[in-house]
Design a protein. Structure first.
Length: 232
């Protein structure tokens, strides 16, 4: 349907790079599960939007400062975040894994991190998990703003591993990142689209309505299949 005259234009923050949820193609276009989902939802509901790629942490802050209308970035729905965000329906299941360099043969579990340093992305569940486990297992944490820099840091050997979301780490490895996952997913949870608590109820309502439609008509599964399907 054509854009309804009374539908606003939204500004939506997304992570700079978080494949298969958001990433830039060679031609500079944004694609991924989150991006294609938003596009399909906007089309169904007749609203328009501008994407603002930024670090995950900057996205969280931009929503809270009212600089953007929402954050769509493989963002985990948590009780703590519910104090500051209203979330859409959950759309993707995830969990946190420890990944190390493919060349590493010593780190097979959290206990092997004793005396070492790991990489984590500021403001994420992975970082929170790392911080929580650090005193128990005796490791240090270095923080980064985006996943690519974090993976590079591990591969050059500055840090011995990283805590990252399972579907994201799995996808990166499938795409050739020279790392391997050594733990089972922990702290499982769901991704949701987030807006500032108490604000933007109309956007959230449209998002949920559109999401339900694209799930019911099979479009959502097609989008997921496009990136993480058997032949993907
Ligand atoms: N799912 C994680 C979180 O919400 C990581 C999100 C991200 O890095 N884009 O904290």
């Amino acid at each position: 349907p054509a854009q309804a005259a009374n539908k606003p234009h939204y500004t939506i923050a997304t992570d700079t790079t978080y494949p298969p949820f958001e990433f830039q193609t060679d031609k500079g276009q944004y694609r991924g599960i989150d991006i294609d989902m938003l596009k399909a939802i906007a089309k169904t509901e007749g609203f328009t939007y501008t994407l603002k790629p930024m670090s995950f942490n900057a996205g969280v802050q931009a929503v809270q400062a009212g600089q953007v209308d929402g954050l769509l970035a493989g963002m985990s729905i948590t009780d703590a975040r519910k104090q500051e965000f209203d979330f859409s329906k959950p759309y993707y299941k995830s969990g946190i894994v420890l990944a190390v360099s493919k060349k590493d043969h010593n780190i097979k579990a959290l206990k092997d991190l004793k005396g070492k340093t790991v990489a984590a992305k500021t403001g994420t569940m992975g970082a929170e998990y790392a911080k929580k486990m650090a005193p128990k297992y005796g490791f240090k944490v270095t923080y980064f703003n985006d996943s690519n820099t974090m993976y590079s840091d591990v591969m050059v050997g500055n840090t011995v591993g990283t805590f990252e979301d399972a579907p994201v780490m799995g996808y990166a490895i499938k795409q050739g990142t020279q790392m391997k996952i050594v733990t089972k997913p922990a702290n499982g949870g769901w991704y949701g689209f987030g807006v500032k608590k108490g604000s933007n109820a109309a956007l959230l309502k449209d998002f949920n309505a559109g999401y339900t439609k694209i799930v019911d008509n099979g479009q959502f599964d097609q989008i997921v299949e496009r990136y993480v399907g058997e032949n993907g």
